[in-house]
Design a protein around this ligand. Structure first.
Ligand SMILES: [Zn+2]
Ligand SMILES: [Zn+2]
Length: 175
């Protein structure tokens, strides 16, 4: 699978290489592209957040699947914030590390936890790009995360049912 990571703005290199290595194991291929600038027209000064969809649409579909990774805080229509967004069955997805950092919640920084959370959000949004919808199993990575607690409860992998859906589409993954 032709999968790439597109950093949007300045992004923690350590997290990017971690994601690349893990996603490469799962999907067989993953490269990090040169960063793009954060599109400032996606910024909403009243909310002090960026419109997730506006950034998503600015990501060039340079690969079969492009995962945008950013540090800026994202929101979507009718939602206070989003961890990420994807084009279901399309090419592009985006995740934000902002609300995955333990320090956002007043906890001590924890690199291992941040990376695991980033991997879960990446797998979730890539799952959407591959055509998966939300899953009822709270342990499945395709379960919808309303809060960071939901993210921490779920595994970073797809459940057996979601894996079967991917297999039926002819998508081979290695987990
Ligand atoms: Zn989702
Ligand atoms: Zn599932």
């Amino acid at each position: 699978m032709d999968l790439c990571i597109r950093p949007i703005g300045e992004v923690d290199e350590d997290v990017l290489t971690f994601l690349r290595d893990k996603l490469k194991c799962v999907f067989g291929c993953c490269k990090i592209l040169i960063p793009m600038e954060v599109p400032m027209d996606a910024f909403n000064p009243e909310r002090n957040q960026f419109n997730s969809t506006a950034i998503l649409l600015r990501i060039k579909p340079l690969c079969e699947i492009v995962l945008g990774v950013t540090e800026v805080d994202l929101y979507a229509d009718r939602l206070n914030f989003v961890f990420g967004e994807a084009e279901v069955g399309g090419n592009r997805a985006i995740i934000s590390l902002k609300r995955l950092r333990p320090e956002f919640y007043g906890d001590k920084p924890n690199d291992a936890l941040l990376k695991l959370r980033a991997l879960k959000e990446a797998m979730h949004e890539i799952g959407h790009v591959l055509g998966l919808l939300h899953c009822n199993d709270p342990k499945c990575v395709m379960h919808f995360s309303n809060s960071i607690i939901d993210t921490d409860i779920k595994d970073w992998r797809y459940c057996a049912r979601c894996r079967t859906v991917l297999e039926r589409k002819g998508i081979k993954i290695n987990i």
